[in-house]
Design a protein around this ligand. Structure first.
Ligand code: ZN
Length: 228
């Protein structure tokens, strides 16, 4: 029996990953991390969505220690600044976040004998977060396999998709409306189309507009990428 764990935040990307995973694996388990994020409503949304969509289980893991150790606009009441020069790391970066999350997901995978961890990280719409890069994910997969002597794949279905193609993927599974209205991506904690002004909302909306304007072409792009 194939078993997968989805690192699930209740946002557009991980919800799309969950929807796809439910069609690909016999059993899908979700883990959500509580690290004192500003958009805490995402935890409640993740609970609702994982149960509604049919995940076998959903764990919320308390990693508040991450908030004790780090200062980020994602966890503290400081203004969010966009990555202006295209190179610097934005101030919403939480150092070590994905290292910690994937380590904990790996421990859980070992415990329940899952062979795959799915995460919605993406290098294409590169946010400036080094722990979203493919190179990091591959290294993390090697580290987990060596450290636990277990076969494990970290699957990143969105790694090479842009936001419009991620919308196309949701639509492919007839879930565009669900992802649009029931997920939370906004840094200001507003569900659906969000506040419309934070960097996460702008990226999400731009991708949606692009997809809706050219859905046939973008579906074809997605198919070409996924069959490579
Ligand atoms: Zn927003």
């Amino acid at each position: 029996m194939s078993k997968a764990i989805v690192v699930f935040s209740g946002g557009q990307d991980s919800t799309t990953c969950l929807i796809q995973a439910l069609t690909q694996y016999d059993e899908v388990h979700c883990v959500t991390f509580d690290y004192g994020q500003r958009h805490r409503q995402e935890i409640e949304i993740a609970k609702e969505l994982s149960s509604k969509l049919g995940a076998k289980s959903h764990q919320v893991l308390d990693v508040g220690i991450l908030n004790d150790l780090t200062v980020s606009a994602l966890t503290r009441d400081i203004p969010i600044e966009e990555n202006k020069d295209g190179n610097a790391i934005p101030n919403t970066f939480v150092p070590g976040r994905n290292i910690l999350f994937l380590t904990l997901a790996g421990i859980y995978a070992y415990q329940i004998n899952a062979d795959v961890i799915i995460t919605g990280v993406c290098e294409t719409d590169f946010s400036g977060y080094p722990d979203c890069r493919n190179e990091f994910i591959k290294s993390m997969q090697t580290a987990l396999m060596q450290g636990m002597d277990k076969q494990l794949t970290i699957s990143t279905p969105l790694m090479w998709l842009d936001k419009a193609e991620t919308w196309a993927l949701a639509d492919k599974y007839n879930s565009l409306e669900l992802v649009r209205h029931q997920t939370l991506t906004c840094y200001n904690g507003l569900k659906g189309d969000g506040c419309g002004t934070c960097p996460a909302c702008i990226l999400r909306q731009r991708g949606l507009d692009e997809y809706l304007a050219n859905s046939t072409m973008i579906q074809a792009q997605l198919t070409a990428k996924c069959t490579k």
